[in-house]
Design a protein around this ligand. Structure first.
Ligand SMILES: Nc1ncnc2c1ncn2[C@@H]1O[C@H](COP(=O)(O)OP(=O)(O)O)[C@@H](O)[C@H]1O
Ligand SMILES: [Mg+2]
Length: 251
């Protein structure tokens, strides 16, 4: 299978008040076409930094990140921004959205930034995504006029509007109750089935149980890896969550 992201010897060091903090220490990792990988690990172990560095939001201190053959050390900020806009989607625990725009316009924004000319077509596409994620009725609402679960599903529509190769998710269910979290993980599994690779950071074994491979981070490196295989049937989630919890106890 095609490798989308290849990470070799990745290091990230932050220097604060002249003290250096080696947040990522020599990480090797690959993400392949259509994979769904979770990253777990204690708070402060570098999970978000890993996600931000391999999605080009932040630059590596040392090592190589290659996305579809493009090495981040060899492209400038403008090329990086373009790569992110056209080939990557993002969702976050905080669900950043523009306050002054309605839900539909928030979803359309990355398409407009990408210079899509056929506005009617992209609008239809946004509406199709919203229908698929069950939030069509929120199209004209303001971002404070929907539930947390609806808002995260809207963020997911926005992340998918430019047909990314990879979806990056940083604790996407961290602000949701368990029912809304289950719905979001169900949507992620479907998005992945449709071919989008996903790299997700989560604290929740329940959420990670929907993915096919789990990495465990400790002090900025990968301490262990569990293969769960693709989720075939949502009825298997509970058993997979149990298997994952058992493994996490050994970490
Ligand atoms: N922009 C930054 N500047 C300085 N230190 C940072 C920055 N971002 C993260 N850190 C530090 O890096 C470490 C790992 O943080 P993070 O990647 O957010 O961990 P996690 O997501 O696993 O909780 C923490 O010690 C944090 O304080
Ligand atoms: Mg984090």
């Amino acid at each position: 299978m095609e490798t989308i992201i290849d990470v070799k010897g990745l290091c990230k060091t932050y220097i604060v008040n002249k003290i250096s903090n080696n947040v990522l220490r020599n990480v090797d990792f690959s993400l392949h076409e259509g994979e769904f990988v979770s990253i777990m690990g204690p708070s402060g172990s570098g999970k978000s930094t890993m996600l931000y560095t391999i999605s080009g939001m932040d630059r590596p201190t040392a090592g190589d990140v290659t996305f579809l053959g493009k090495n981040y050390n060899e492209i400038n900020d403008k090329e990086m921004a373009k790569l992110r806009l056209l080939s990557m989607g993002f969702i976050f625990q905080q669900m950043y959205m523009m306050r002054k725009l309605c839900i539909l316009d928030n979803i359309l924004l990355p398409a407009y930034h990408a210079g899509i000319e056929d506005r009617k077509k992209v609008r239809e596409e946004a509406e199709m995504l919203m229908r698929r994620l069950g939030i069509m009725e929120t199209a004209d609402n303001g971002i404070t006029e929907v539930s947390g679960g609806q808002l995260q599903r809207a963020c997911l529509c926005r992340a998918l509007i430019n047909h990314p190769k990879v979806l990056f998710a940083d604790e996407p269910t961290g602000a949701l109750n368990s029912k809304a979290a289950d719905e979001v993980i169900g949507e992620l599994v479907r998005v992945n089935r449709d071919g989008t690779a996903i790299l997700m950071v989560t604290h929740s074994a329940r959420v990670a149980a929907g993915s096919e491979r789990v990495l465990y981070f400790v002090d900025g490196h990968i301490e262990g890896e569990l293969q769960l295989g693709k989720l075939q049937d949502e009825a298997d989630l509970t058993q997979r969550e149990r298997q994952l919890n058992k493994w996490l106890m050994t970490m």
